[in-house]
Design a protein around this ligand. Structure first.
Ligand SMILES: Nc1ncnc2c1ncn2[C@@H]1O[C@H](COP(=O)(O)OP(=O)(O)OP(=O)(O)O)[C@@H](O)[C@H]1O
Ligand SMILES: [Mg+2]
Length: 293
């Protein structure tokens, strides 16, 4: 459904834009309908840049991003199918207006023909779908709602559209543990409805386990990707191992923490792109001192 092909983003930096910085470098992956794909990598690895390009908020410098075969075209029709939810839900609301104004804006631009009563019913249904009580959240100002409630209202808003893809960028990082689980359960439900979700995260949070597939990003390039259980069950790239080692493992003995690393890419005799170590599991060069680069 969503396909990124050799996508690159070069930012102009410096006071006069004279220097450039490559934030995303030749990234390719796809997100299918009814699938959660997690995009994981340390801070600054280019995850949000990828999300912004998918959402048409910034253009790609090279490569192509397509939804159902058609290139990203920011605008009303595109946003009917693709929506983003971000880390800080407060920033998506205008504090001067009641939070449910976000629903009114959707009605005005997408469903002007729908009657008021019919629309109110749709809004209430969407709010119940995200496990909120309409009576408790409608008519309130953003500061009168919790982060988790605002986050879920944004997802409810997205549900009112004919959504195909949701880009969820660090959506749970500001939430407490139990609210986080609620939001993750919600994502699991979206996936059941046939939506594709790109779940962006900088750490191995619970959300990663919701994802069928995982893409590990480092310095703007994909170092490893594939089925989540393969990528994290048998990580091949040292960076993926590092990410895993950062997660406290209560039952693993210390000696398991840093297994010896070989470059599976070169051991596999690969050149160009990623090496498919096994079906549904690909890895980039480990960049070891003895890698013949
Ligand atoms: N508008 C911009 N102009 C110049 N450089 C930018 C711009 N936006 C992002 N960058 C740089 O691109 C790199 C990737 O940024 P990005 O926001 O995509 O990272 P990220 O993986 O989402 O990180 P985090 O986990 O901290 O959110 C960073 O080095 C950042 O400084
Ligand atoms: Mg980010």
């Amino acid at each position: 459904m969503l396909r990124l092909d050799n996508v690159t983003k070069v930012y102009k930096v410096g006071a006069f834009g004279g220097k450039t910085f490559t934030a995303v470098d030749g990234v390719s992956f796809d997100v299918r309908s009814g699938e959660v794909v997690s995009l994981i990598g340390e801070s600054g690895s280019g995850k949000s840049t990828i999300g912004k390009m998918i959402l048409g908020l910034t253009p790609a410098t090279g490569g192509s991003i397509t939804l159902g075969g058609a290139p990203v075209k920011a605008g009303r029709e595109y946003y009917r199918h693709v929506q983003g939810v971000f880390q800080d839900p407060f920033s998506c609301y205008n504090p001067v207006f009641k939070a449910d104004r976000v629903f009114q804006l959707i009605k005005e631009s997408y469903y002007p023909e729908v009657s008021r009563a019919d629309w109110d019913e749709r809004v209430r249904t969407a709010i119940r779908d995200v496990r909120l009580d309409p009576g408790q959240v409608l008519g309130r100002y953003p500061h009168q709602l919790s982060g988790g409630q605002l986050q879920r209202l944004l997802i409810a808003r997205a549900l009112l559209l004919e959504l195909k893809l949701l880009v969820a960028d660090e959506i749970t990082s500001m939430l407490d543990a139990s609210t986080r689980i609620d939001v993750l359960n919600l994502l699991a439900e979206l996936k059941e409805r046939g939506l594709g979700v790109l779940y962006v995260t900088h750490d191995l949070s619970l959300g990663t386990y919701l994802a069928e597939r995982t893409v590990v990003l480092r310095h703007g390039t994909v170092v490893e990707m594939g089925l989540t259980e393969k990528v994290f069950g048998d990580p091949l790239h040292p960076y993926t191992r590092q990410l895993l080692a950062a997660v406290p493992r209560l039952h693993a003995p210390w000696e398991d923490a840093e297994p010896t690393v070989t470059c599976h890419y070169h051991a596999g005799g690969a050149s160009g792109g990623l090496f498919e170590a096994e079906p549904g599991h690909s890895v980039a060069c480990a960049g070891l001192a003895d890698c013949p680069r």
